[in-house]
Every structure is written in C-alpha cells, then in structure tokens.
Ligand binder design. Sequence first.
Ligand code: EPU
Length: 421
Amino acid sequence: MEEIFRIEGGHLLEGEVRVSGAKNATVALIPASILANGPVAIVGVPQIADVDNLADILKELNVKVTKVADDHLIIDPTQMKNTTLDSPAVTKLRASYYFMGALLGKYGYVKIKMPGGCYLGPRPIDLHLKGFEALGATVVYDKGCYTISADKLVGNKIFLDIASVGATINIMMAAVYASGRTIIENAAKEPEIIDIATLLNKMGAQVRGAGTNVITIDGTDNLMGCFHEIIPDRIEAGTFIIIAAAMAKKVRVTNIIPTHLEALLSKLDEMGVKMDVDVDSVTVYHSENLKPVDIKTAPYPGFATDLQQPLTSLMCKCNGQSSIKETIYPERFKHCVELQRMGADIDVRNGSALINGPISLFGDDVEATDLRCGASLIIAGLMADGQTRIHEIYHIDRGYANIDAKLRALGAHIDRVEIDG
Ligand code: EPU
C-alpha cells in the first residue's frame, strides 16, 4: 500500500492557520541537546518524520527522550553512550550529520554513516570536515562511514569558503567544549543559527555573533540542561502565505516572525498580492491579475532556496514571464518536470527557470521528488482543475507538520488516502 495526497482543486480557502516550530532549527537543536550534562526541554517541536528519526538516533545513543506533549520533548543525555551511528535512521535525513559536531564536541570521537536527505544535486560536507580538522580532529572515511576523532579540540580561526548553514552549526557545536576561542568567518546568518546559539548559550556556552558573518565561541567545561522554545518555521510560513496568495478568500497565517520573510513578502507585494503584515501574523486576501516577478535565491536574508519551489507554482498564475535563478542548488528544479505534467509552461536551463503564465493547471498523478517539490505540488493541486494525486508524500511528512489537516481546516479538499502501491 502507498499513501498519497488526493486534492480536488479550485476551492477557495478561508480561516486561520498556525505555523509550527522551525524544522531546520529543530533538527539541529535535538542533536545539540546532547552537549548538555542535564535534561534539555524543548517546546514548539514540529510533528514531522525528521524529529521521529532523530529521536530514534537518540535512543541508539541511550539518551532518554520523553514526550511531555505533542510539541514538547525532554531530552536527557545523562546516561548517554557514544555508539557508532549506522542505523537506517541516520540515512533518512540530512541533519543526522549534526551528531558529528555534537558527539565530537562532547567526546572527541564520533563514528557515523553518511547522512541522507533530499537530493537537490551534490551536497558535499567538505566545509564541516575542514572545520573539525581546524579544531584538531582527524577525519577518516571508510565504507560509507566517517570516523572523526581528536585527543583534544583546540579553538581556531575558520573561514568558510561558502556561508554554509550546516557547517556553521556543526562547527559551533564541536567548538563549545574546545579549549580557547574559535572564530567562524563567513558564517551563515540564517535565523535557525541564532536559535541554536541561543540554546547553547542557555546551556552555559559562550557563543557570540550568531546572525552576523563572524561567530565567536569561547570554550567551556560544563554545559547544563535548560528550557528552550523553537522559533517559528519561516519556510512553512512562506509556504502557507504562497498557498493563500494563490487560493485565499481570506487567510491569516499566525506564529510568524515577518522579518524572517522579508524577501518573500516584498516579491509577493511586487506581484500584487493583497496582504496585511502584523507583528506575528500575515493576512492574505483574494488576489487576482498577479504580475510576473524575477527571483534569485541567496543565503539569508536573500530569497530562500526552500521557497523557490513553492513560488514556482504561484508564478504559473502570473500574467507574463517570471524567472528564477537558483544559486544555492542549481539542480533544484525537479518540481518543474512534475508541474509540466499539470500543464505548466516552464523552461529550465543552466540553473534557471522561465515560467510563462497565466496557465490553468489541470490535475494529474505527480511525484513529490523532494520536500519542497512536494509543497509546490500541493499548491499546484489546490490551484488546478480536477483531481491531483501526489505520490511519495513521505518527503512532505519529513518537513511539514500535519499539512493536510491544516489545509482541510482552511477548506481545502485534500485527503491522505492509501492506494495499492
Ligand atoms: N556546501 C558545500 N560544502 C559544504 C556544505 C555546503 O559546498 O561542506 C554548499 C552546498 O552544496 C550548497 C551551499 O553550500 O550549494 C549551501 O549549503 P548549506 O550547507 O547552507 O545547506 P545545508 O545546511 O545542507 C540547509 C537546510 C536546507 C536549505 C539550505 C540552504 C537544514 C537541515 N537544511 O541545508 O533545507 O535548503 O540550508 O538554505 O537546515 C529544506 O528544508 O528543504 C532544505 C533542503
């Protein structure tokens, strides 16, 4: 049996939807928790498959995970054992690589399988490894496993050739117990990085400068348990705002930090989407005659690569030619092939896409080849005439908490159904 989403398109949406905690913060906060020498309570945990997989990895490490409520975990690493991480859970998501920095930081040793995650073209981890080596670690890769070890980690100055989110977080985690000062230059500035630094500092770490391109970490001897609330998911928020721009009668998206979404909101404004932006919510009104726009993905605060796929579907509605230049993952265009099945007029070449509109999409059988492709297909399905059946929805469940239930509450005709595989 296979689970799919079945969507009956063309129904306008109305009501309020609350955004969950940020996936890309959560998947780093959970591994970061093991750096503490006491229990860490985290609230705002999204109900996504990536969290379940990370909880499985924690159990392998003999870390006690207590689910106090659906969105509230207590992670107690006091009885932790540093075992080899080579189970299937490790290869189900990319963020399992955060156990590299966390275990190396705590024990000076980690053995872990190559991480998995969405295929968006090549996703090397050379900068993470270069950072660990700069702190004094040795990296050995053998039969799909990395062994990273150090007698003693010592702070150093590390310049990242690319402002990588993952490398910045991994190096921060590896450096919290290192002796002396670590300085990460050309660090990534994403809001999720600030959230991880906030958690580490609540534990007693000394991380300064998160959110700027120079992060300083002064090593410490002991980190304590603490309480932490995760920031809202700016990509889920952006996805719902785009959905509303396409299909709202009137939709209010709540639990938002609008400054995290400025690049998207300014493009939607340019398109002519009618919105009210409040302190922690955005209300979107029925909008017609949308204008085409050009976007270029870039590290934060630029236009997020994770939102270019959802936006592509909305661009099909615009009057004229829109364009996307993808600078982070030049191959992140598999969703366009699926949208073409639904009638989209898109030309993909050399890391760019030209989207011609307005086009009336029609329902078809399509495949969520990765997480944000899945989001783009849900949007297209809601816009399309007739029925859309989205396959491989486990990709969507990895990163969007209860997206079908949230959409049904807004009046969308979307069902999760089992079919013969
Ligand atoms: N890169 C390298 N070497 C490295 C690391 C990165 O060349 O060692 C390159 C990548 O290939 C890419 C660029 O640097 O071209 C940026 O990659 P980054 O390391 O910043 O990405 P990531 O940490 O692997 C996170 C998110 C992604 C999001 C990117 C970019 C998590 C778990 N994942 O990935 O989220 O697209 O940052 O913002 O935080 C998603 O949520 O759908 C998703 C894929």
